[in-house]
Design a protein around this ligand. Structure first.
Ligand code: ADP
Ligand code: ZN
Ligand code: ZN
Length: 732
């Protein structure tokens, strides 16, 4: 028992300092272990901050006069057990201050010190008067429709949100007349009269996976589920979650950012028979805090969410699923640069539950773990149901005439597809009109004034936008260098393809899908709904590669992947293979046969050939061999220290000083000299980096632990913005 007089609170605060801060408990309270994981409001400099008690014990420095916390905000720990341990683990692994890790892990209202939100759900039902009055309400009025809906029984507000646009106005008016009333909802109301969809009887491959997962429930078991697109992975997830629920346990499902569509959610809700909680960035802070709290309290059974959902406490965990585990959106690219898939595996181990990593195109990291026997490797090799794999045709367009980047074969195939009343996806991973504006007479091109990058031409050629810093300007009328009027957009983005297709197929419905055209909430949903089953052309970036089932999509035209074939990024080959397979997987997902046209100037490229001949497994094997030869991840562990500053000299001197602080480089552990970033100037800032590589992760981790505190102490560390990226996805 520590001496109470001596027991101080060691508080993690959301400040970029890798230490805890000591405070005294507010008298007359005496702190003990039960305070760990509770929030406190504390004075900090001239401000106040919300922190989390990370430890209680004797003061670090007994000489120091400590301040007293203003208030203890929770009467029970917000974080405890495994959830707290995982965050501590993350702080160590990513070398991030614990306070910042907490700030990353908690929904905004909780981070700001608000009380846990009410998680009780409410439902609406007809009163006795209301039941008698339904038939007298005016036909087709909103009030009548709502009252009609409630005749079969109470409906939860979640259900109304999903199924009755604008239900609140008629509800208010009915409630005022005493015809309906608001009551606490039960789980049953949330799923009552739900159009429950039937589980499929699994095919033998799916059944084998299902059996394996069932047998693994109750212990740690990572499973890599490599299943071609449309092979029924989601179906397997749903049945595995069903098993987990039947044992009274919680399931966490992570999905990529663009994969969490209303369609996906609908599929989960229609099947599981319990409320499905959701966590993603498009929700309000309040909604996110409610989902988090419901899981934290053990009231929620299923949580489907994007990256940050991985931090949600699961007091009663049974299963974790990471869908499309290779997806880049699982990596947080600022603040604490964590990888949600990796954290999911760490948590599964701590929770002693299976973790199912599903993908048609697994990351090389996961494949490597499977090959090494650390993960079970299960496969679904056939499309489920009636769908067959699409036919892939390579169009060699060397020396062929192109109209706005599209070959004649592509136009012919599109015309035939429209004729059959089907849908086409023209895929180009570049938004905007054209990537460069070039002077045909002198070679000048429009560069961003603040970045080492060309500006993208937008608005049909009228304006210029930098995709790296957001700078905009209008397109010059003449060349600033030679005054020539021969300024030409070079290359093609989705806008330009849309224009070309509209010109060629003026009658066809055309929908452009990129981050710009779908910025409004549910923009993509609305557009796809409008199209429905009708013939039409979708032009888009990778936003269309997942989440939406488009049964009438039978032709995928991939135009312009050649940039990806020659990128310097060591992950470029992996990313391109994944992208191509994912896009191709959109074709022929249902009864109609699908075709994929790959238009390229490099039909002989080894990666393309391997991919075409042996599919993703062959391409991945080729890439893995190259990574091994070059000692790149997953055969080595990497960390990147990035720095940027307005003044190039400060940035360089900081990196030099940091490099000097690094002791103990050896054959097992190397540190590069300061290097310019692949984009040396961005948004007006000079950027550079140091790359650390080791064949052994523990060696790298312990070196980082010694080194970073010394880096943080450097005088220059205050003049530059710097950050550490453990397991970087991009080296820039
Ligand atoms: P994936 O997640 O691997 O892309 P899905 O689970 O979405 O695959 O399944 C693809 C399609 O096949 C869906 O329309 C789904 O309803 C259907 N499907 C899945 N499993 C079966 C099955 N066992 N029998 C019949 N159809 C199935
Ligand atoms: Zn010029
Ligand atoms: Zn810029």
């Amino acid at each position: 028992m520590p001496d109470p007089a001596n027991t101080v609170l060691r508080v993690a605060l959301p400040v970029p300092l890798p230490r805890l801060f000591d405070y005294l408990p507010p008298p007359p309270l005496i702190a003990d272990e039960s305070w760990i994981g509770r929030r406190v409001r504390v004075p900090f400099a001239t401000n106040e901050l919300i922190g989390l008690v990370a430890a209680v014990g004797p003061a670090e420095n007994p000489e120091l006069a400590l301040k007293t916390v203003f208030a203890l905000l929770d009467d029970a720990p917000l974080l405890s057990g495994e959830a707290l341990d995982t965050l501590r683990w993350a702080a160590r692994y990513y070398h991030a201050p614990l306070g910042e890790v907490f700030a990353t892990a908690l929904p905004a209202p909780l981070r700001a010190g608000q009380p846990l939100p009410e998680t009780r759900a409410y439902a609406w039902r007809l009163t006795v008067d209301g039941t008698a009055a339904v038939d007298s309400l005016r036909r087709n009025s909103a009030t009548r429709r709502l009252a009609d809906r409630l005749r079969a029984g109470a409906l939860s507000e979640d259900r109304l949100d999903q199924e009755f646009d604008g239900w609140k106005t008629p509800a208010r008016s009915l409630a005022k007349r005493g015809l309906i009333e608001r009551v606490p909802a039960t789980d049953a109301d949330a799923v009552a009269n739900h159009v429950r969809s039937q589980a499929f009887s699994l095919n033998p491959e799916q059944a084998a996976v299902g059996e394996f997962v069932r047998a693994a429930l109750g212990r740690f078991q990572p499973i890599l589920l490599e299943g071609v697109t449309g092979s029924g992975k989601t179906e397997v997830y749903l049945q595995a979650i069903g098993e987990c629920l039947a044992r009274g346990r919680q399931a966490l499902v992570l999905v990529p950012e663009i994969g969490l569509t209303p369609q996906t959610l609908q599929r989960f809700r229609a099947r599981l028979g319990v409320p499905v909680h959701v966590l993603h960035s498009a929700l309000s802070d309040g909604e996110r805090a409610r989902a988090w709290t419901a899981m934290h309290r053990g009231e929620g059974h299923v949580l489907v969410g994007t990256r940050s959902a991985v931090f949600t406490p699961l007091p009663n965990a049974g299963l974790i699923i990471v869908d499309e585990e290779h997806d880049g959106s699982y990596k947080q690219q600022d603040g604490m640069r964590y990888h949600a898939r990796d954290l999911a595996v760490v948590r599964a181990r701590a929770l002693a539950v299976p973790v199912l990593l599903g993908s048609a195109t697994p990351s090389l990291e996961s494949l490597h773990n499977a090959l090494a026997g650390r993960y079970a490797h299960l496969r679904l090799s056939q499309r489920a149901g009636v769908a067959r794999p699409p036919r892939v045709r390579v169009l060699d367009v060397r020396k062929r005439p192109l109209t706005h980047g599209l070959s004649n074969d592509v136009f012919v195939a599109i015309a035939a597809c429209l004729e059959r009343g089907e849908q086409i996806l023209v895929f180009k991973n570049r938004r905007g009109y054209a990537p460069v504006l070039l002077c045909h007479d002198c070679g000048w091109s429009a560069q961003c004034a603040r970045c080492d990058a060309a500006m993208t031409v937008h608005a049909g050629g009228r304006s210029l936008l930098c995709h790296h810093c957001g700078s905009r300007r209008s397109r010059p009328l003449s060349c600033p260098d030679c005054a020539s009027l021969a300024l030409q957009p070079q290359g093609f983005g989705t806008e330009r393809l849309e224009e070309a297709l509209a010109e060629r197929f003026p009658e066809a419905t055309l929908i452009r899908v990129d981050s710009q055209s779908t910025r409004v909430k549910d923009g993509l949903e609305k557009k796809l709904k409008e199209l429905g089953d009708a013939a039409g052309i979708l032009v888009g970036t990778q936003m269309l590669t997942k989440g939406h089932d488009l049964p009438r999509l039978t032709l995928v035209c991939v135009v312009g992947i050649d940039e990806g074939l020659f990128s310097a990024d060591f992950r470029a080959g992996e990313k391109l293979s994944q992208l191509l397979i994912q896009v191709a997987g959109r074709a022929g997902r249902a009864a109609l046969p699908g075709e994929v046209l790959l238009q390229t100037h490099h039909p002989e490229h080894p990666l393309l050939n391997t991919l075409l001949a042996g599919g993703y497994p062959a391409a991945a094997a080729l890439e893995l061999a190259q990574r091994e030869a070059a000692q790149f991840p997953p055969y080595a562990a990497m960390a990147l220290l990035r720095a940027e500053a307005g003044n190039e000299g400060d940035m360089k001197n900081f990196l030099l000083a940091a490099h000097e602080q690094f002791a103990g480089g050896d054959a097992l552990l190397t540190i590069s000299a300061p290097l310019p970033a692949p984009m040396p100037r961005r948004a007006g800032k000079a950027r550079g980096q140091l790359l650390l590589t080791s064949a052994q992760r523990p060696a790298l981790q312990s070196a980082l632990g010694d080194w970073l505190p010394r880096v943080a102490e450097l005088k220059l560390a205050r003049k530059v913005r710097w950050s550490l990226d453990v397991d970087p996805m991009d080296l820039y």
